[in-house]
Ligand binder design. Structure first.
Ligand code: ADP
Ligand code: MG
Length: 725
């Protein structure tokens, strides 16, 4: 979670024997500075309208030791950097006010060392306190002088791409300087060496290149990267601490510079005023564009100003009255900086290599788990790998067969296969949609509903009435117009349409399943009823057959038991010695009763067995009836469907009940009574229970087929006659 946070701005006053007590006053809480000018000193100073200024800050450091400055300004920023927060500490102020003293400090005196060496010390101390993490530290030291970039550590051996000239590069991770050497440092001492090397180069360069070091900006960066020592932890954090020693902020006019110096001063002022512009923009909540790229300084600091950083500004000022003008200007900068808010956030990253390794481990484990589950569930080797083209083609074929009805079920194998089945459903569906559309287009001409010219042409031709009632497409996208293959008189046509308004077709036929439900309730209700009746008879017979089978089994068990008992009696008799009377075997009553019982059971068994055989024959026959009814229901439905949605309307007139023909197997007059006929036939069958035995099935089939064919031919002839009229 990140929350907005204001930039912390401190003022450090350079110690002086001549502190302007009259002019500079600190607030009681040491968090504000008031500047008061006497009337006479006012002359020649910045603003002759104003004599009093008050600046609110986060702290005034007066006569503060380097130690206290570090505690106040830097300690928290560094500490949070080790938790993944970027940090920026900047020193701003006129030359000689103590920026370098604050940032670097005295390199010859440990006690007076500045923020930089102290920050390095804190980083290494904190690393020691965190043995659970492998933390690496890198540093770089950049100088910006006259809009040129200099690597203050270029004198050290460095393995990495050396790009000249250096360029500022932006990527999603942030801003970095291409060509700037970044040095890994594993201990405090090495880090100090790097710092001193940089400081030395700063001084040397100012001599050899004739640079005025107070005119350059220096950015010392500490890069921290912390990985957990636990391999399974993929997350790691990174952070960047920028310690910035800015060039002197004094104005051009005052120095009276000329030539080279003028050029420098211009640059300094320019880059600092760009910095100021960026700061103003950052402080303005309404601004979404921040002009970072106007100069090297702001561009290089783009992700270190504002953004997700902890930011601290130290404004170095003189305490002397003579410097009041610059002091005022510096304090203004400080109070502007205070308006900037940042949103510190942890830079959390994922170690891709660790992540892959962990995922691989997890995958192996899950595969093993699956294998165990499969073997427990008695599923033979299921393949969980991605499917190849052949497997996908097989699924496509399964889906097609399923839709056609030739495949009852699609076995579930695994998730991947289920997903592919759905996928193939979509493929097949969209193909079918296209096919249907093609078929419709072949048959009908579609007219855009908004194309009034076309519509009126069609109306003139009498293909549609004024109300546009011919087509009732609800979505208003357009409509299909049946171009009647049979010409009909326009007047007559319009009239007939009114008559059969209820029969008006939508340009998009309803889906077959929907239409089928309608059909079963209306036109096909008789066939459907018969179909259902037959099915219930079939079910009832099946139930009886199963009951009979159970009874037969029970009788069989009793027969076996009785036989056993009888055998026992017989063996007893044999042991005791048989008793014969006049050549006749004499048996005792018990054995006699058993024999009678067995005989009776066998009789029962035969009767039941015969019943079962009859029932089976009956079931077989009923099954055929059901199949046949289903077939008939579907065929009739197809005819009705085509007739209702695809046969041109003028034809339908001829096909209406009461008319002579119907393009199906059965004349309309007959379809109205079809229920009765067939019902009679079926109930008769039910009553007589297959009088001629199962052999009659093929007979019945043949008869129906012939009838159908005959009726079909007759209908077609009728249709052709209507066409000729
Ligand atoms: P800047 O970098 O702003 O131009 P320096 O840091 O170089 O200024 O300071 C100029 C001189 O003043 C140096 O000799 C420095 O040692 C001294 N100085 C600045 N601030 C302090 C301070 N707070 N205590 C002691 N000496 C200081
Ligand atoms: Mg300096």
């Amino acid at each position: 979670m990140s929350t907005r946070k204001k930039v912390h701005a401190f003022v450090r006053v350079r110690p002086t024997d001549d502190f302007a007590h009259e002019v500079i006053r600190y607030g009681d809480d040491n968090k504000s500075i008031d500047i008061h000018l006497k009337k006479d000193t006012r002359r020649g100073v910045v603003n002759n309208q104003q004599t009093d200024w008050s600046f609110k800050l986060d702290g005034v450091l007066h006569d503060a030791s380097q130690d206290l400055v570090y505690e106040t300004v830097a300690k928290d920023v560094i500490s949070q950097a080790l938790d993944g927060y970027n940090g920026t500490i900047m020193c701003y102020g006129q030359t000689g006010a103590g920026k370098t003293y604050t940032m670097t400090g005295a390199t010859e005196n440990y006690k007076h060392r500045g923020i930089l060496p102290r920050a390095l010390q804190q980083v290494f101390r904190m690393i020691e306190e965190r043995p659970t993490h492998a933390i690496t530290v890198r540093v770089s030291y950049l100088e910006i002088y006259n809009e040129s970039l200099f690597d203050l550590l270029s004198t050290l051996p460095y393995v990495g791409p050396s790009v000249t000239p250096m360029t500022i590069v932006e990527n999603p991770q942030g801003v970095f300087i291409k060509g700037l050497s970044v040095h890994l440092t594993s201990q405090e001492e090495d880090a100090f060496s790097l710092l001193f090397e940089g400081e030395t180069n700063r001084i040397i360069a100012s001599h050899t290149m004739n640079k005025n070091s107070s005119r350059s900006h220096c950015i010392f960066t500490i890069y921290v990267e912390a990985h957990s020592r636990t391999l399974s932890d993929e997350k790691y954090i990174t952070s960047k601490i920028n310690l910035v020693d800015l060039a002197g902020s004094e104005r051009l006019g005052k120095s009276g510079s000329e030539g080279r110096v003028l050029k420098e001063a211009t640059y300094i002022n320019k880059s600092l005023s760009f910095l100021e512009q960026a700061i103003i923009a950052l402080g303005d909540q309404k601004r979404d564009h921040i002009p970072f790229r106007q100069c090297k300084l702001t561009h290089a600091l783009k992700d270190s100003l504002g953004g997700n950083c902890n930011m601290v500004l130290v404004t170095n000022i003189y305490g002397d009255a003579a410097q009041l003008e610059e002091t005022l200007s510096s304090l203004r900068f400080a109070s502007r900086m205070k308006l900037v808010t940042t949103e510190p956030a942890i830079n959390e990253k994922y170690d891709a290599e660790r992540m892959v390794k962990n995922l691989e481990k997890e995958l192996v484990l899950l595969k093993q788990e699956l294998a165990i589950h499969d073997s427990l569930a008695n599923r033979s080797l299921v393949n969980y790998d991605p499917m190849d083209e052949i497997q996908i083609a097989e699924i496509n074929s399964q889906v097609r067969r399923y839709l056609e009805g030739t495949l009852d079920e699609i076995d579930i194998i695994n998730l991947r296969q289920i997903q592919e089945v759905f996928n193939q459903f979509r493929v097949v569906l969209s193909q079918q949609e296209q096919e249907v559309e093609c078929a419709l287009r072949r048959k009908y001409t579609f007219i855009d509903k908004n194309d009034f010219a076309a519509i009126s042409a069609v109306q003139k031709a009498g293909l549609m009435d004024v109300d546009g009632h011919l087509v009732g497409e609800p979505d208003g996208q357009g409509f299909g117009l049946g171009v009647a293959p049979f010409s009909a008189k326009p007047g007559k046509k319009a009239k007939s349409k009114k008559t059969f308004k209820d029969q008006l077709r939508p340009s998009t036929p309803p889906s077959k399943p929907v239409a089928f439900e309608d059909f079963k309730n209306e036109r096909g209700s008789e066939i459907n009823r018969i179909f259902k009746e037959n099915k219930s008879i079939l079910n009832e017979r099946r139930k009886r057959a199963s009951e009979t089978t159970q009874r037969i089994n029970a009788i069989k068990r009793e027969i076996d038991m009785t036989k056993e008992a009888l055998n026992f009696q017989k063996s007893l008799r044999e042991k005791q010695g048989e008793y014969e009377n006049q050549g006749l075997m004499i048996i005792d009553e018990e054995e006699f009763l058993l024999i009678l019982k067995l005989k009776d059971l066998k009789k029962q068994y035969r009767t039941e067995y015969q019943d079962l055989r009859d029932l089976r024959a009956e079931i077989q026959y009923c099954q055929h009836l059901v199949d046949q009814c289903r077939h008939r229901l579907l065929t009739e439905f197809d005819i009705w469907y085509n007739e209702s949605f695809f046969i041109p309307e003028d034809m339908q007139v001829a096909l209406k009940p009461g008319s002579s023909i119907r393009p199906g197997m059965i004349p309309v007059s007959r379809i109205m009574s079809l229920g009765e006929d067939d019902q009679d036939k079926f109930s008769q069958l039910q009553q007589t229970m297959l009088p001629e035995g199962p052999d009659s099935i093929s007979f019945y089939n043949a008869k129906v087929k012939t009838e159908q064919k005959h009726k079909y031919l007759k209908t077609m002839m009728g249709l052709q006659q209507t066409q000729r009229k």
